[in-house]
Design a protein around this ligand. Structure first.
Ligand code: PEP
Ligand code: MG
Length: 604
C-alpha cells in the first residue's frame, strides 16, 4: 500500500509473534570517493556508471533537477555476528539503565525536532520518537541485557527480531523496517558516545542519494539545498516519497544501480518518469530542468474545471481517506472526490464501528465536498490493509485471497451496515454519493452489490481492478451505473507482479501496454452505453498518462490531491485529438518505456 498511517507504526502489530528471532544483521557504511572505483553503500568496490547512463527507478514525485550527489553520513557499523563476552550479572541492571537512558535521549531529541518542524515532517519525527520508546522493543532489549548481552548487542538483536517480523508481514509493515534500523543506529550512536547519524547540510544545492532514507533524515531537509531525492530501495509510499512530496522536490525510488554513483557526481533526477541520468550533457539537463519548472508554474496557476484545450470535459477529482484529507483536497481545484478509501478510517479499530459512527465519518467527507461528486468505496479490507474486526482468514497469498468485496461472502452484515451508514450520511447531509465496491471479479458480484446498494437508495458502481472484470466490463455495466478503474491493482494482477515489490517495478508500471489495453476495453464499454468510466489509481496522477487515459475514453481522473493541479494543467494544454493519438501510439507499443516515449512525442 502506498499510504502512510502513523497509528499503524509500532513494534507490535497484533498478529506478530514476539518469539521470532533472527540474525540478519546488516553492514552499513558510506560512499565518499568520486573516483571511478569507489565504495558502494554496501561497502564493496563498484565501478562508477559511464556518463549518460540512465538508471531506472519508480517515479515518486514529479519534477526535474540537475545537481551533484550527496550521501548521508555514516551509520554505526552493525556486526554480522556480534561477539564479545557477556556482562556480569551484577552489572546488568546498570547496563539496562544505560540503554533506557540512551533510548530516552534519542526520543527526546526527536520530539524536540518534531516541535520545531511542521506538517508531515513534524508527524514523522513525532512518530519516530514514539517508536524509540515503544514498550515492546524496550522490553525485548532489556530482556536481552538481562540474559547477559551488552546493550549494543541487545539493541541490535532486538531490532533485528522486529525487522524479521515486519519483513515477513510484508506490505505496509515491511515499509517500516527502515524506521526500525534508524532507531537502532541512533541508540547505538548514543550508547557509544558518537554523534547521531544523518544527512549532512550541503553547501550547494544537491541531490540526496541513499540506499534508503530514514524518516528523520528526510524530515528536517531544507528544500533549497536538497533539491531532489533518489533511493535504491523504498516504494512510492515510503517516507522518502511522502516527505519529498511535502517539500515539493522531485523524487525517484527503487533506482537500480544507484549505489554505484559516487558522491559529487552530477546527476539529473526526473521524478515524472522515474529516471536518474549519470553525468548528463549539461545543456540538455539544464533545459529539462527549465521545462519542468515551466510546467510546475503552469500547474500552480491552473484552477479547473478539467477539460482539454478544445473543451472536452474531464472531471478532475481527488482521492481521500477521511474528513481532514477531504477538507485539504477542497483547497485544490479538485471538482469532487473520485475515491474515498473508507477502510483507512478503521485500520486501528478492533471492533466494527457502529452505523451511527460510520455515518458521522462519511458525512464529514460529504460535507467537505457539498454539492460535488463524491464516490465512496466500501471497505477494501484484506491483503496489505487487514481490518481486525473483519476476522480475515490466515492466507498464504492474501493479495489473491479474501479481500475487498469478498469479505462480504463470509460476513455480509459488514457490507449491509456500511451501506446503512453511507445512506444515513447521505440523508443527513442531503448529498447523493456514488458508492462502489472494490475487487469485483464477475458480473454476478456486480449485480449482487448493485441490488443491495440500490435498496439503500444509493447509486452503485464497481471498481475494475481485476483483468477478468476489465474483459467483461460490458456485462458488468448491465448492472451498475458507473465504473472506476483501479490501476494499482489492475497492473498488479495483469502483470502478476506484487505492487509493493521494488524489484518488479518495471512490471508494475501502469504504462505497460497490456494494462493500457484492458483500460481501453473498459472505457470503450462505458462509452458504448453512455455510462461514466473513471480512473482512480495512481496512473491518474501522472499528467502524461492522464492524457492517454482520456484518449482511451475515460470520463474522470481521480488522484492524490497533490497531483490534481499538474494533471489538470497538462490536460488543458492538449486537444482531445492529441490524447487519442497518444493513446493509439502507446497501445501500439510492446514495453512500458516505449509506450511512455510514444505518448510523450505526441503530447510534448
Ligand atoms: C487501485 O487499486 O488502483 C486503487 C485505487 O485501490 P487501492 O490502491 O486502494 O488498492
Ligand atoms: Mg485497489
Amino acid at each position: 500500500m502506498w499510504f502512510r498511517n502513523v497509528d499503524t507504526v509500532g513494534f507490535t502489530p497484533d498478529c506478530v509473534d514476539l518469539s521470532i528471532d533472527s540474525c540478519n544483521l546488516v553492514h552499513m557504511s558510506t560512499t565518499s570517493s568520486s573516483t571511478s572505483l569507489h565504495s558502494s553503500a554496501h561497502g564493496t568496490d563498484v565501478a562508477q556508471p559511464p556518463a549518460g547512463t540512465v538508471l531506472q527507478g519508480i517515479p515518486a514525485v514529479a519534477g526535474v533537477q540537475y545537481a551533484p550527489v550527496i550521501r548521508p553520513g555514516s551509520r554505526p557499523h552493525v556486526d554480522d555476528a556480534p561477539t564479545g563476552s557477556d556482562i556480569e550479572e551484577s552489572d546488568r541492571p546498570g547496563e539496562v539503565s544505560r540503554f533506557t537512558a540512551a533510548a530516552a535521549a534519542v526520543a527526546d531529541r526527536l520530539r524536540e525536532r518534531a516541535a520545531n518542524a511542521s506538517g508531515a515532517a513534524s508527524e514523522v519525527l513525532a512518530t519516530t520518537a514514539q517508536l524509540a520508546q515503544d514498550r515492546a522493543w524496550i522490553a525485548a532489549t532489556e530482556k536481552r541485557i538481562g540474559d547477559g548481552n551488552p546493550a549494543v548487542r541487545a539493541v541490535t538483536g532486538a531490532v533485528d527480531q522486529f525487522v524479521t517480523m515486519f519483513t515477513q508481514l510484508g506490505g505496509l509493515m515491511a515499509e517500516r523496517v527502515t524506521d526500525l534500523r534508524d532507531i537502532r543506529d541512533r541508540v547505538i550512536a548514543e550508547l557509544n558516545g558518537l554523534p547521531e547519524p544523518g544527512v549532512p547540510v550541503p553547501t550547494v544545492p544537491s541531490i540526496l542519494c541513499a540506499e534508503d532514507l530514514a524518516p528523520v533524515d528526510t524530515a528536517g531537509l531544507d528544500a533549497s539545498l536538497v533539491v531532489a531525492l533518489a533511493t535504491t530501495l523504498g516504494g512510492p509510499t515510503s517516507h522518502t516519497a511522502i516527505i519529498a512530496r511535502q517539500l515539493g522536490i522531485p523524487c525517484v525510488v527503487a533506482v537500480d544501480g544507484l549505489d554505484a554513483v559516487a558522491a559529487g557526481t552530477m546527476i539529473m533526477v526526473d521524478g515524472s518518469v522515474g529516471t536518474v541520468t549519470v553525468s548528463p550533457d549539461e545543456a540538455v539537463a539544464t533545459q529539462a530542468v527549465e521545462v519542468a519548472r515551466g510546467e510546475a508554474d503552469l500547474a500552480k496557476s491552473w484552477n479547473g474545471p478539467g477539460a482539454t484545450a478544445d473543451g472536452h470535459v474531464v472531471a478532475i477529482l481527488a482521492n481521500v481517506q477521511d474528513g481532514a484529507a477531504a477538507r485539504s483536497a477542497r483547497e485544490t481545484p479538485a471538482e469532487g472526490i473520485g475515491l474515498f478509501r473508507t477502510e483507512l478510517c478503521f485500520l486501528n479499530r478492533s471492533t466494527e464501528p457502529s452505523v451511527d459512527e460510520q455515518a458521522q465519518i462519511y458525512g464529514d467527507v460529504l460535507d467537505a465536498f457539498d454539492g460535488c461528486k463524491v464516490v465512496i468505496r466500501t471497505l477494501d479490507a484484506g491483503s496489505d490493509k487487514p481490518l481486525k474486526f473483519v476476522g480475515h482468514p490466515d492466507e498464504a497469498n492474501p493479495a489473491l485471497g479474501v479481500r475487498g468485496i469478498r469479505i462480504a461472502l463470509g460476513n455480509p452484515g459488514i457490507l449491509t451496515r456500511q451501506l446503512e451508514g453511507i445512506a444515513a450520511a447521505a440523508k443527513k447531509t442531503g448529498h447523493a454519493p456514488w458508492v462502489m465496491a472494490p475487487m469485483i471479479a464477475t458480473p454476478a458480484e456486480a449485480e449482487a452489490f448493485a441490488t443491495e446498494t440500490r435498496a439503500h437508495g444509493l447509486v452503485p458502481g464497481v471498481m475494475i481492478e481485476i483483468p477478468a472484470a476489465a474483459l467483461l466490463a460490458d456485462r458488468i455495466l448491465e448492472h451498475v451505473d458507473f465504473l472506476s478503474i483501479g490501476t494499482n491493482d489492475l497492473t498488479q494482477y495483469t502483470m502478476a507482479a506484487d505492487r509493493m515489490s521494488a524489484e518488479l517495478a518495471t512490471l508494475t508500471d501502469p504504462w505497460q501496454p497490456a494494462v493500457l489495453a484492458l483500460i481501453a476495453m473498459t472505457a470503450k464499454a462505458g462509452v458504448a452505453v453512455g455510462k461514466p468510466v473513471g480512473v482512480c489509481g495512481e496512473a491518474a496522477a501522472d499528467p502524461q498518462l492522464a492524457c492517454v487515459l482520456v484518449g482511451l475514453g475515460v470520463s474522470s481522473l481521480s488522484a492524490a490531491a497533490a497531483a490534481v493541479s499538474a494533471v489538470g494543467a497538462k490536460l488543458s494544454q492538449v486537444t482531445l485529438a492529441q490524447c487519442r493519438q497518444a493513446a493509439d501510439a502507446a497501445l501500439a507499443t510492446a514495453t512500458a518505456a516505449d509506450a511512455r516515449a510514444a505518448a510523450s512525442a505526441v503530447l510534448a
